[in-house]
Design a protein around this ligand. Structure first.
Ligand code: NIG
Ligand code: FE
Length: 430
């Protein structure tokens, strides 16, 4: 075979790991398997993976213009975060302390908190919101995330929602960003529901110029099934693809609606029913689960009421996640990054917590944070795995085995992050 030149070889990794390439998201027992090639290298050219294999083979076949030493380190696909509320103003750290030391029911504080972030977001200029978003994107990239989804949702009024989508569209950053119109987050205080839903629908054509996805918070504190169906149907007519916040605080049949709509993802799903699970599995809609939310909202840890321990409100979350996996739902992971229910930028921490809280294996969490997260954004044929032709979004991890990235928690393990074939972050000198 003739030797060909290429832009970059990521050389001599202790392990190159990848989900098995698959046209559809991984589910059931497929989630248990991860391809691990030891002492391997990855050849990259023009922003794409050319080849991956044992180091000797890659050296024989390619002459690189540049080499990145990955010896003693793991190489994986870039992490993909398919659910974030990136653009927002203000912080909610004071609210958090009140929640932790008090006994405030989760559902009430969620809608109140969203309203307070809307007020703080409106008070900030485009420049302020943009500079915060860029700082957050820098942090995410440094933590190994190379593609995110980002929603509007803290604007409420049509012109404010469009402003947030414009800020997202104008961001200049190496991160790939999939944009989502979440005009239907919660009904603002003092606004008539019917009028609000009509306003969301009327804004769809303009929002479509700025976003490919439409999301609705389909929940007892968000929008009802008929309201969500009306918004999503109009969104599909306007050319949007659908993802839903579904069954977070109660089972209202939102997962089944996501399946009926052919949504690419249904997210949260803490209270999903067995019927919802069957519907998502039939439709191959990806279920995006969000472990940091349940932990941060204190829903999976015991409470203390008058000095007595009370069981966690979502004690059965681990059972729900396993019912989804065994029921054939392709499951993915995400941060749900937002200032209230999940002020967390790290997909590393999400993988670490998912393993601990949901009792998952290393292979399951890696597959959920890479290939399945890509599929939930309809990007599974372009990224999320390391294979010839795939986008060269890679992470070199500063540990020798993929298990250690998940096992050791509390610090970041990234050594280098590669986006479209370029090294965009290095914790150490390349
Ligand atoms: O995904 N569930 C609805 N909304 C967001 C953000 C909540 C918040 O601002 O507290 C979420 O958790
Ligand atoms: Fe969310």
């Amino acid at each position: 075979m003739p030797v060909r030149s290429c832009d970059l070889v990521v050389a001599e990794a202790s392990e190159v790991i990848s989900s098995p390439p698959n046209a559809t998201p991984l589910r059931g027992e497929m989630l248990d398997h991860l391809d691990v090639t030891r002492f391997a290298s990855v050849a990259i050219d023009a922003g794409r993976v050319l080849a991956v294999g044992p180091h000797e083979e890659i050296t024989r076949r390619f002459t690189p213009r540049s080499v990145l030493d990955a010896s003693g380190r793991v190489v994986s696909a870039g992490l993909i975060d398919p659910h974030t509320h990136l653009v927002h103003g203000g912080t909610r750290d004071a609210e958090y302390e009140a929640i932790v030391v008090g006994a405030d029911p989760a559902a009430t504080r969620l809608s109140g908190g969203i309203n307070s972030t809307v007020a703080m977001t409106r008070a900030e200029s485009d420049t302020e919101l943009t500079s915060r978003a860029i700082d957050d994107l820098d942090a995410m990239l440094a933590l190994g995330t190379t593609t995110i989804e980002a929603k509007s949702g803290y604007g409420f009024l049509p012109d404010q929602e469009l402003r947030l989508l414009r800020i997202l569209a104008d961001l200049s950053h190496p991160m790939s960003i999939e944009r989502t119109y979440l005009g239907a987050h919660v009904v603002p205080d003092g606004v008539e529901r019917r009028n609000f839903v009509d306003g969301v629908i009327e804004t769809l054509p303009e929002a479509r110029l700025l976003a490919d996805w439409c999301d609705v918070f389909c929940d007892r504190i968000g929008f009802t099934i008929p309201e969500t169906r009306a918004i999503a149907a109009a969104a599909q007519t306007a050319g949007f693809k659908i993802r839903l916040h579904a069954d977070q605080t109660a089972d209202i049949g939102a997962a089944a609606l996501a399946a009926e709509l052919g949504a690419s993802s249904a997210d949260h799903l803490d209270c999903i029913s067995d019927q919802g699970i069957a519907a998502l599995a039939d439709a191959m809609t990806v279920g995006v689960v969000l472990p940091t939310v349940a932990l941060h909202m204190l829903e999976v840890v015991p409470g203390l009421v008058e000095g007595r321990l009370v069981p966690p409100p979502k004690a059965d979350l681990v059972e729900r996640v396993h019912a989804m996996i065994s029921g054939g739902v392709p499951v993915a992971l995400s941060t749900d990054y937002n200032p209230g229910s999940s002020p967390c930028l790290s997909m590393q921490l999400v993988m670490q917590l998912a393993m601990r809280l949901f009792r998952l294996s290393y292979a399951q969490v890696w597959n959920m944070a890479t290939a399945n997260a890509a599929h939930s954004l309809d990007l599974g044929s372009d990224r999320g795995t390391i294979a010839p032709g795939m986008r060269a979004d890679l992470v070199v991890w500063n540990v020798p085995t993929h298990g250690l990235v998940v096992n050791r928690f509390g610090s970041s393990h990234t050594a280098h992050v590669i986006k479209d074939g370029n090294v965009v972050y290095s914790a150490t000198r390349p």
